[in-house]
Design a protein around this ligand. Structure first.
Ligand code: GBH
Length: 487
């Protein structure tokens, strides 16, 4: 018997994988349990409660430290091919260094990984999702060049403990968030503000940390475990406000995407040349005898270049870019603009806001972003490591979120079918509501509602869970689904 499979326009390619994501600090809780030490987010929320909506903390969060079996059940109900979660560095290595591996941490992540595999769900593990051990912050954290080695040693421990079962690794989640947003605005841990200096030091050290971890996997683990390793970058789609802002928009794309992609994904490696030149000029204007952007040595360029097996992309939203007016005050990058490249970010009135300050909906941007990445970095495989929709309400029938998934998955299909972008899979942020950083619990991203007033942290599926499960089951956007009928 021969079976002919005819793929329709709304079907996903064979082998395309679907998952959902969370991160350790946002869901685990148990911040001081089992020998875990403080991370910079523990310190941040305890030191500056006023910087978090409702003075919220991740002390308990979704209590996934205790409720991991339930989480695996949810993932299984959805039919996920993979579950993306992160390891808490300070849970696994309480002093930050590899000479003291926590038995409790080992047990927790082993249990989670084994339970997922038992349900035939692949674990996709992020090594770092914003929660540096405080003990390393005390030495300067991401601004100390030694952080690249600290991270590499931690990565080696994780690869050796879990690499027999984990085949997909993300080294760093969104260094733009923990470098640029953190050091330019102070709204993320560690809360130290050093615009135009700290962010660039962090950026470079993050690239080296990623690269060293990748090289360790390559040398010591790849031949026996045969997994894939990359980084997850967050990129807002940036488009010119008017036709006169094309050049500004391209510079801004190089500042947003290029600073975290060019060193890794291009043949030349190193910083995006246009940004390197501009910051050198600006630094001269500041009276500095060197650039605020730390240069790469030839050796470092070689170390970082090519350290990927695919590209991880977190995609949510878009901004317009325009040239700043002479003398115009410019707020921090990437929230308001950049005084280094003299641009201001904005939004278009037709992009619907989600009720969350930074989040505007523009689905077509997803395809444009994917096409730009292909043009810029070549024909590499891309895994969407996060995409999802924020709401500030508790709507169990979350029509806006269902519409967001549908509209964005349509753009993914167009990118694949029309533009030939090699998208290998898609990840929803998030499996469930969780601690949304400075927005505390006021912003929801979950397919499952979590009742943060109940000690049980009861999880309840929203319509989006139902919709996503049917997309996965049919491997297609052609779903007969009562939710879609209602849209
Ligand atoms: C990702 O961040 C993160 O990986 C994930 O942990 C997070 O929960 C999810 O997406 C949703 O945000 O209030 O003006 O300071 C996306 C990037 C960085 C977007 C922080 C919101 C705060 C903007 N996020 N940013 S502001």
């Amino acid at each position: 018997v021969s079976v002919f499979l005819v793929l329709g326009e709304r079907d996903f390619p064979l082998g395309f994988i679907f998952g959902a994501a969370t991160s350790a600090y946002q869901v685990e809780g148990a911040w001081n349990v089992g020998g875990k030490s403080c991370s910079i987010w523990d310190t941040f929320v305890h030191t500056y409660p006023e910087r978090i909506v409702d003075n919220a903390t991740g002390n308990i969060a979704c209590d996934s430290y205790n409720k991991w079996k339930t989480d695996v059940e949810l993932a299984s109900e959805l039919g996920l091919h993979f579950y993306r979660f992160s390891i808490s560095w300070s849970r696994l290595l309480p002093n930050g260094f590899p000479n003291n591996i926590s038995e409790d941490g080992k047990r927790y992540y082993n249990n989670l990984i084994d339970a997922l595999l038992e349900k035939r769900i692949q674990p996709l593990v992020t090594l770092y999702h914003f929660d540096l051990p405080q003990s390393l912050q005390d030495f300067g954290g991401w601004t100390n060049p030694l952080v690249a080695d600290w991270f590499a040693h931690y990565a080696r421990v994780a690869f050796s403990l879990f690499g027999d079962r984990v085949k997909f690794w993300i080294t760093l989640n969104e260094p733009i968030t923990f470098c640029d947003i953190a050091y330019n605005s102070g709204s993320q841990a560690p809360g130290y503000i050093s615009p135009g200096v700290g962010n660039y030091i962090c950026n470079k050290n993050a690239m080296l940390a990623h690269a060293k971890a990748y090289r360790i996997y390559d040398k010591e683990f790849r031949s026996k475990y045969n997994g894939k390793v990359s980084i997850a970058n967050e990129i807002f789609w940036l488009e010119a406000d008017t036709v006169n802002d094309e050049e500004a928009a391209e510079k801004a794309r190089q500042l947003m995407a290029g600073m975290y992609c060019h060193p890794i994904f291009t043949k030349q490696g190193g910083w995006p040349p246009v940004i390197e030149r501009i910051i050198a000029e600006k630094s001269k204007e500041n009276g500095l005898p060197y650039s605020r952007l730390p240069p790469y040595t030839e050796e470092e360029i070689e170390l970082v270049k090519g350290t990927f097996d695919f590209m991880g992309l977190n995609f949510y939203t878009s901004r317009t870019v325009r040239n700043a007016k002479p003398g115009e005050e410019i707020g921090p990058w990437p929230l308001i603009g950049s005084s280094d490249i003299d641009v201001i970010l904005g939004v278009r009135p037709q992009w619907k806001q989600t009720g969350v300050s930074w989040f505007y909906i523009y689905p077509e941007a997803f395809r444009k972003q994917l096409a730009w990445l292909k043009k810029e970095y070549g024909d590499i495989e891309i895994l969407i490591t996060e995409n999802g929709c924020a709401s500030s309400n508790l709507d169990v029938d979350d029509k806006v979120r269902v519409q967001y998934y549908k509209d964005h998955l349509e753009q993914v299909l167009l990118a694949i079918n029309e533009d030939g972008v090699r998208v290998m899979g898609y990840t929803v942020w998030s499996l469930m509501d969780n601690f949304e950083w400075s927005d505390g619990y006021s912003v929801k991203f979950g397919m499952y509602d979590v009742d943060f007033d109940s000690p049980n942290r009861t999880r309840t599926p929203r319509s989006s869970a139902d919709y996503y499960a049917s997309v996965i089951k049919r491997h297609s956007l052609d779903v007969n689904n009562k939710i879609i009928d209602k849209l």
